[in-house]
Design a protein around this ligand. Structure first.
Ligand code: ADP
Ligand code: MG
Length: 222
């Protein structure tokens, strides 16, 4: 079964100049463990699409099925639980909590889930180590380089074994070499962990290195 199915998704916003249709019937399918890139001009609705898939924003029409189940019918509580247990998020900015160490940041989703601290600790350590960040685990985000902070954000997104990772320009703030480096690490870890990925990117190189590229233009996916 597809991990993600988006059917005829529509979304518009009120703007000072009138209503704008951002998504005008988006349909797509992502199979388990597939790595899909989404490209499109700035303002084409890529972030809006990811926010809706991630249950962080409502749609106007259409449906999003996660492993065959519509997410729009779920209660807010069930949606929050789904985000914690089955979806990982990585953004352009790392959004790590500045007061917490790298290790504590990665443990957080598991703590929220109620996992025993010892188990959360060993799982978080394992992921940081697989991302070659073991030596940085007690650093706070302010003491990490941009690439290192994104590795920690990737570890945090994958620590709970999600089926789907939503990545919105995850390497957009990094120089080209570091971007490739973080992308490769993210891709490898997702493959090992069995997570499918929908990644928004402006990099042609990264899109070409994905399994499939979707183009968002005029509110439609090509
Ligand atoms: P992208 O990520 O492709 O750059 P976005 O999804 O962020 O595009 O935005 C698509 C369009 O929707 C833009 O015109 C943006 O201004 C508009 N938009 C996004 N979010 C909102 C919002 N909360 N309220 C009003 N307009 C919005
Ligand atoms: Mg965006």
């Amino acid at each position: 079964m597809a991990v993600l199915r988006v059917e005829n998704l529509r979304k518009g916003f009120a703007s000072p100049t009138g209503h704008i249709d951002v998504l005008r019937g988006v349909t797509l399918t992502v199979e388990p463990q597939e790595f899909v890139a989404v490209v499109g001009e700035s303002g084409s609705g890529k972030s809006t699409l990811l926010q809706i898939i991630g249950t962080l924003e409502p749609a106007d029409d259409g449906d999003v099925l996660f492993e065959g189940q519509s997410i729009f019918g779920l209660s807010p509580r069930a949606q929050a639980r789904m985000r914690n247990e089955r979806i990982g998020f990585v953004y352009q900015a790392h959004h790590l909590i500045p007061e917490l160490t790298a290790l504590e940041n990665v443990m957080l989703p598991l703590a929220i889930r109620g996992l025993a601290p010892a188990e959360a600790l060993s799982r978080a350590r394992e992921l940081l180590s697989r991302l070659h960040m073991a030596a940085r685990e007690s650093h706070v985000p302010g003491k990490l380089s941009g690439g290192e902070a994104q590795r920690v954000a990737v570890a945090r997104a994958l620590v709970g074994r999600p089926k789907l990772l939503l990545a919105d320009e995850p390497t957009g703030n990094l120089d080209e070499a570091t971007a490739l480096d973080v992308f490769a690490a993210m891709r490898e870890l997702c493959a090992e962990e069995g997570a499918a990925v929908v990644m928004v990117t402006h990099s042609r190189t990264l899109a070409q290195s994905s399994d499939r590229t979707l183009h968002l233009k005029g509110g439609i996916i090509y």
